[in-house]
Design a protein around this ligand. Sequence first.
Ligand SMILES: *Cc1c(COP(=O)(O)O)cnc(C)c1O
Length: 378
Amino acid sequence: MKNIPFGYPIILEEEKKAVLKVLDGPILTHGPTVKNFETQFSNFIGGKNSLAVASCTAGLHLAYFYLGIGPDDEVIVPAQTHTATAHAVEFCGARPVFIDSELPTGNININLIENAITDKTKAISIVHFLGIPVNMDKINDIAKKYSLFVVEDCALAIGTYFNNIHAGLHGDVGCFSFYPVKHMTTAEGGMFVTKHDNVAKMINKQRAFGVDRQVSERKIPGVYDVNMLGFNYRMSEIQAAIGVEQLKRMDNFLRKRTENFTLLENNLKSISKIEIIKSNNTDMCQSSYYCLSIILQEDLSERRVEIINKLNEHGVGTSIYYPKPVPLMTYYIQKYGFKNDMFPNASLISDSSIALPVGPHLGKEDMEYISEVFHKII
Ligand SMILES: *Cc1c(COP(=O)(O)O)cnc(C)c1O
């Protein structure tokens, strides 16, 4: 029997050496390694302003904090996503307005957005679900028409392109995650990107207490002023050292994900009672292939727990993205009174899907094993 974890961080000698090198010196946070990581990240995605932060969630919070939204403001967010997408809006006291998913992509149903916009709406948050790009031309058209700020949650979208432009560079800002099971890791960490220089300048201060000048800009050491509120949402040099080495592997990571996804998809697509969550326009849309999520249909849907248990028993790791639509998480039901039937497609994904692994820790034989086991179970 094989052991195929759903996600597994690839940390090699280079990462370990880079961490030890940082630990041998005196600068452990917001120093040259963070700067280098930011530059390399900008180069990788083809952007110009990258700011390393404590997590993707911290980056999303900074985006809304920068915007200055609060009670009485609304932000459009997809119902099918990680809780962080909506929590970041809640942190500022504003209200997330949830939109159901489209199929087969699992992304926000763009056709439902305009109806949900009111004069309180300040921003649209989109998520490239499992790395599948949202049609950002359509989002930007709507944002322009109603003067809305666009926040891209790119937690699973390193390597996601729409129309040859990397995710995070279509909207006003984008936030990436380096949590261990994402496309690359720094243990915990995130990257805030923006095409606007003035936004980058503000976020640079707001991620570090609102201090008016960087250590390098201080004429007299220790002398600075604070002219705004700010958090401590910085990344450490240790994390950035891991990030720099991971970035060097990204092309390879993405190639393996693409190969694994394609293999597994080809092996599973003959099964009639499943739908594979994927892009519906492969010319414009380059996915980052976070995982291969399938929606079980008809009687298979009722057998989900049994199928997951059997896959796990055979050593195939699985997950569910995401276990409930965010508005149907207890916190949101208690606060806003959402009902179970309000987000049918998002619920279908949560209730009937199984996410299968395609990460770079796996290869061809693993994909063949997964599909063999899957066919056998069914
Ligand atoms: C994982 C994830 C996050 C949270 O990322 P952190 O770096 O752990 O804060 C946010 N949004 C989405 C869509 C995610 O998948």
